[in-house]
Design a protein around this ligand. Structure first.
Ligand code: COA
Length: 162
């Protein structure tokens, strides 16, 4: 069984991430969405909320597992007997960061391969930060994120206004 690990902060998951998960399943038998706490990114949703949103958003996609992972990704890959790290490559601007991460992971474990998938072009400009910024000003994000995420963002920013 070919296992792919799709790591990220997912604060929050977007339709671009979902698109990558669906595409990954054409290459891998199982995809583990590995959610990193990543406190240095100062996430607005705690790790359990992020996992819950991913779980709800991927409910109808078979062969997806969601897990929290801490520590080094290369170590996690070994623990999971996974075959490759999955990353989305949206634009040339992603390349430098992804190149560094892929080579660092290979340095840590010579067998750690990274596979890059391109999201559908309609999502090629999406980032979680951009979604949060738009939502924080009351902008409409419902076409860009799963329904549960749109609701949680609305609740989050409404609460902040009070
Ligand atoms: N659709 C929409 N957005 C996408 C996307 C897609 N297909 N692909 C990437 N993104 C966005 C993310 O939402 C995120 O946006 P943000 O910065 O506004 O939050 C950004 O692109 C990339 O961030 P993310 O996916 O969270 O990855 P990251 O670059 O922060 O890396 C880990 C996260 C978990 C993979 C990385 O920190 C890690 O491996 N940590 C473990 C420690 C380790 O092993 N380090 C050594 C490797 S260098």
């Amino acid at each position: 069984m070919k296992i792919g690990v799709y790591p990220g902060t997912f604060d929050p998951i977007t339709n671009g991430h979902i698109d990558i998960i669906r595409r990954s399943l054409q290459v891998f038998d199982k995809v583990i969405v590995a959610v990193a706490p990543n406190p240095k990114k100062k996430p607005i949703f705690d790790i359990h909320e992020r996992v819950e949103m991913i779980r709800e958003a991927t409910r109808d996609i078979p062969n997806v597992e969601i897990e929290i992972f801490e520590g080094l990704l290369a170590e996690y890959m070994k623990r999971k007997n996974a075959h490759a790290i999955i990353r989305g490559l949206r634009a040339v601007s992603d390349f430098e960061h992804e190149f560094m991460m892929a080579l660092m992971n290979r340095k840590l474990d010579s067998e750690a391969e990274t596979v890059f998938l391109m999201p559908s072009e309609e999502y090629s400009y999406l980032t979680s930060s951009a979604i949060k910024e738009v939502a924080s000003y009351g902008g409409v994000v419902k076409d860009l994120v799963p329904p549960i995420v749109a609701r949680r963002l609305r609740d989050h920013f409404q609460k902040k206004q009070k």
